[in-house]
Design a protein around this ligand. Structure first.
Ligand SMILES: [Zn+2]
Length: 596
């Protein structure tokens, strides 16, 4: 008999009892205690008085690693609770508790890193030679250098403390409003009330009338809340800008570039190479419009399937397909995915009351991960599932790396995920049973390129312009709509007829306070992955270990060095990006040939 997989996750194995979990409350108390210990050690560490003992610094760093690991573990559990049931009020309270804990820990870390600045350069270099510190030198140097750009300890602590309610609170409010939103959609002559996530899944419907109707309904729903979302976005952006102003940071890109451990030249080289190649993707959009019998595509046509048969797979079928194809590139990755399905590390059930979107979160203390998404059987759902498993695998290969070296940035965080997604996408194209299926699957791949080169580019352009205008004062809802449409026109090179003015409110990423500019890292990860993917195809069996070595270094190098060490390429030059984009251009050429 064929085994079927349960599409709900098992959280009880980590902390039993959901948001009522006693074990979890005990764990939170442990974190509080560890935090106190760490705080006391930081207080006792006084390099400003002259003498610095390596042993003492090692002690502080070890305590930091331990408390951070536990807080990540607790954070992950809270994320899972609030995503699986948006009406779980106890989970919402825990989200608040998490913000408090994080802010408290950040405040102690701020104090600690400020103390590192007080250490003389020569002493610092000597300290980093000690066992227990050498392996952490990249991260410790980063702490110290970044601390030099901050305000005084007292001011940074105040910013952190006020941020709980004055900054992160806006993002929480956004989540709460979205979770309560419903969209009434007519289906089989019945009006159904759907979550925005469920409704968005219908934008891939073969019937244009259905897509348009859902798009309009979603548009109305977002518009109805736009005054609220205009507030959440303006206020969280205002908080961010005010902080930058006090720190004397002129560019809004300073922080996201530092977080992503990359240079402005690298970002510029990437977007330049993309812009130089947009014409190929415009050609694809024109061809698709033609195939759909339209003069021009609209935003809600981008996800339209080109064949009338909607190919649906069951969750079990999808899981087998993924494991099989991971195995062709990396047996270790396949084994890992198999285990994730077997042990129910994935929440994929299609039901109301779940947060929209997908994510993967790590429990570094129990060395586990959990994936969250809504699986309704489409090929894009399968891609998302593979994508999130890539994230999970990335964490998996890092489990035995020091916790402080596990913190990879968002741009490389998207590397393993996109790589996994690509394996599955390419496998699907190769396995196509006939021309029609091949066209459909090839198109799925091209759509990913369009998303990274156009949709994400629009988000990047929007955020840049919005933040510039926000510096001068509040930006009205009308103006937000305008900036969004302008950004989309530019990013899609006027290839569309109807754009999506509400995108600034419907896209969660603009409202995330944990990280600014959560857009270009996706595109970076995609193209960086393509480069690795090309190498994987060349290297065959040697690849698996080299890939693992690269992933394990992602938390302790900047991206330029990482690429140089493991791929021997210079990311600040357009050549690498150009070559990666050419792989995507080939897809377009093949697509146009097949549809002639
Ligand atoms: Zn991802």
């Amino acid at each position: 008999m064929q085994q079927t997989y349960n599409p709900t996750w098992d959280l009880d194995v980590i902390f039993p009892g959901g948001s009522d979990s006693e074990a979890f409350r005990t764990y939170l108390k442990e974190i509080e205690k560890d935090k106190e210990t760490f705080s006391a050690e930081v207080e006792a560490f006084t390099p400003e008085d002259g003498n610095v003992e390596a042993e003492q610094l090692i002690g502080v760093v070890n305590e930091l690693e331990s408390v951070m690991k536990k807080l990540r573990e607790a954070s992950a559990f809270i994320s899972c609770l609030s995503a699986q049931d948006v009406t779980d009020e106890k989970a919402s309270l825990l989200v608040g508790k998490r913000s408090e804990l994080r802010a408290e820990l950040d405040a102690i870390i701020s104090k600690f890193v400020q103390k590192l600045v007080a250490i003389e350069d020569t002493t610092w270099i000597t300290l980093l030679q000690y066992d227990g510190l050498t392996e952490l030198s990249f991260v410790l140097n980063e702490y110290r250098e970044q601390a030099k750009e901050l305000l005084t300890v007292e001011q940074e602590v105040l910013i952190n403390d006020l941020g709980v309610d004055g900054y992160h609170g806006w993002s929480q409010m956004y989540d709460t409003i979205v979770g309560k939103m419903t969209v009434e959609v007519e289906e089989d002559n019945k009006v159904k009330s759907l979550s925005v996530g469920q409704a968005s899944n219908k934008l891939g419907h073969p019937d244009r009338k259905v897509r348009k109707a859902v798009f309009d309904k979603l548009g109305e729903a977002w518009k109805e809340q736009s005054a609220l979302f205009g507030q959440t976005l303006n206020h969280l952006a205002g908080f961010r800008l005010q902080t930058y102003k006090h720190r004397n940071w002129n560019s809004v890109l300073k922080e996201p570039l530092a977080i992503n451990r990359m240079k402005q030249e690298t970002l510029d080289a990437m977007w330049t190479a993309i812009s130089n190649n947009k014409k190929h993707f415009v050609k694809y959009l024109e061809k698709k419009a033609d195939l759909l019998g339209l003069d021009k595509m609209s935003m809600y046509d981008i996800g339209a399937p080109l064949t009338n048969t909607v190919n649906k797979s069951s969750y079990t079928e999808a899981s087998k397909f993924i494991v099989d194809h991971f195995g062709k590139f990396s047996p270790k990755m396949a084994d890992f995915a198999q285990m994730a399905f077997d042990k129910r590390w994935i929440e994929a059930e299609d039901r109301a009351g779940k947060r929209p979107g997908g994510f993967c979160t790590s429990f570094p203390d129990s060395e586990q991960t959990r994936i969250f998404m809504t699986f309704s059987g489409t090929s894009s759902n399968i891609a998302t599932l593979a994508h999130e498993l890539g994230h999970a695998y990335h964490q998996h290969v890092m489990n035995d790396v020091n916790g402080l070296n596990q913190r990879y940035a968002m741009n490389v965080a998207e590397t393993a995920s996109t790589f996994a997604e690509m394996i599955v996408a390419d496998a699907s194209v190769k396995n196509a049973q006939n021309k029609e299926e091949k066209i459909g699957l090839l198109e799925d791949k091209i759509q990913r390129s369009v998303a990274f080169f156009m949709n994400i580019h629009a988000r990047f352009i929007f955020e840049n312009r919005f933040y510039e205008e926000r510096k001068e004062g509040l930006v009205s809802v009308n103006r937000l709509n305008e900036i969004m449409v302008e950004a989309q026109k530019e990013a899609y090179q006027d290839a569309l007829e109807e754009y999506d003015p509400n995108f600034w409110s419907s896209k969660l990423h603009f409202h995330i306070t944990g990280v600014p500019f959560y857009n270009f890292p996706y595109t970076f990860g995609y193209l960086f992955s393509l480069g690795i993917y090309a190498a994987a195809k060349e290297q065959g069996e040697n690849f698996e270990d080299a890939y693992i070595a690269l992933l394990r270094d992602t938390g302790r190098m900047n991206v330029e060095d990482l690429a140089m060490k493991h791929m021997n390429v210079d990311l600040t030059k357009p050549d690498f990006w150009e070559a990666a984009i050419q792989l995507c251009v080939k897809d377009v050429e093949e697509f146009i040939e097949l549809t002639q």
